[in-house]
Design a binder for this molecule. Structure first.
Ligand code: A3P
Length: 299
């Protein structure tokens, strides 16, 4: 007799049931429709909140480290003893929401939310947003490796396919283009500050000073140096409170890669074919037309 083959998911096609909110997919491990809807509609922004906002893989945990070190005036003990997600809760997720609600002011908060589903109460507050953006070609490479090691993201079939999904806005957290466009509409408002990953790489000390100025935090030279030292790639790799090594293995499989992977600019050159690079540039030019903001190494 012939036995029917039991269908088994081919590794790499394991399907993940994303949470969908307003047409955008979110990884299921931490998000729920309720947490996202609550963040959007009911979350009460306080005037002294500081938000770290990014599209994934743009330098989120790096900015978390910088902002918490600035908050502790360069003293590394907070960053070395408290998990980054407890220092800067992900308020639109199930667990992060609880943390955010019980967090004493002034709060530091993190999210990847696009502008149009950011808390409504933000509009009439003086809360500050720091938006970090990164060369989207490096974002897609970083995102590709991250998706492989993270169980709440579908395992990419190939880089080619992943790049296509990135360009068509189908990856979790939605379209990079729409994310950047939505947030950059705020670029002239005084409670909004944007910086690029490339600027952080090129001049971390100058960047930290600019961030301090935006936050109205007066740090002396020693404190600034300590922020810079403790937020370096190597220091962060040494610090289990921010390197993600403490995440449970069923969330992030550390045998498949490292969250703090390379930490460089331009790794896309090792991954894109000439054809992919040309396609990317064409779509980028088209989508970013009129958004005259990128001057630091972006196409
Ligand atoms: P790579 O995968 O290119 O190495 P996010 O925190 O938004 O998920 O972004 C993660 C990316 O930021 C990873 O990029 C990671 O290595 C990089 N990163 C984190 N901390 C960094 C640091 N101190 N210096 C340089 N890159 C850093």
């Amino acid at each position: 007799g012939c036995r029917a083959a039991v269908p088994r998911p081919y590794p790499g096609t394991m399907s993940v049931h994303y949470v969908t909110y307003k047409g955008i997919k979110f990884p299921p491990a931490y998000n729920s429709e309720h947490s996202l809807s609550f963040a959007h509609n009911e979350f009460l922004v306080r005037d002294d909140d500081v938000f770290n906002v990014t599209y994934p893989k743009s330098g989120t945990v790096w900015m978390t480290e910088i902002l918490s070190l600035i908050r502790s005036r360069g003293h590394p003990s907070w960053s070395q003893t408290v998990l980054n997600s407890d220092r800067m809760p992900w308020f639109s997720t199930r667990l992060g929401l609880e943390a955010a609600l019980s967090y004493p002011s002034p709060r530091l908060l993190t999210c990847h939310l696009p502008r149009h589903i950011f808390p409504k109460s933000f509009s009439h507050s003086t809360a500050k947003v720091i938006y970090t953006l990164r060369d989207p070609r490096d974002v897609v490479v970083s995102y590709y490796y991250f998706s492989k090691m993270c169980s709440s993201y579908e395992d990419p079939m190939s880089f080619e396919q992943f790049l296509r999904d990135f360009l068509s806005g189908e990856l979790p957290h939605g379209s990079w283009f729409e994310h950047v466009q939505g947030w950059m509409e705020m670029k002239d408002q005084e409670n909004f500050f944007f910086i690029t990953y490339e600027e952080l790489k090129q001049d971390l000390q100058g960047s930290v000073r600019r961030i301090c100025q935006f936050l109205g935090q007066d740090l002396d030279d020693d404190a600034v140096s300590s922020v810079v030292r403790n937020a370096s790639f190597s220091a962060m790799r040494e610090n289990p409170m921010c390197s993600s090594v403490l995440l449970p293995a069923d969330i992030m499989d550390q045998t498949k890669g490292r969250f703090l992977r390379k930490g460089i600019c331009g790794d896309w050159k090792n991954h894109f074919t000439v054809a992919q690079s040309e396609t990317f540039d064409r779509i980028y030019q088209d989508r970013m037309r009129g958004l005259n903001m990128i001057s630091s190494g972006h196409p």
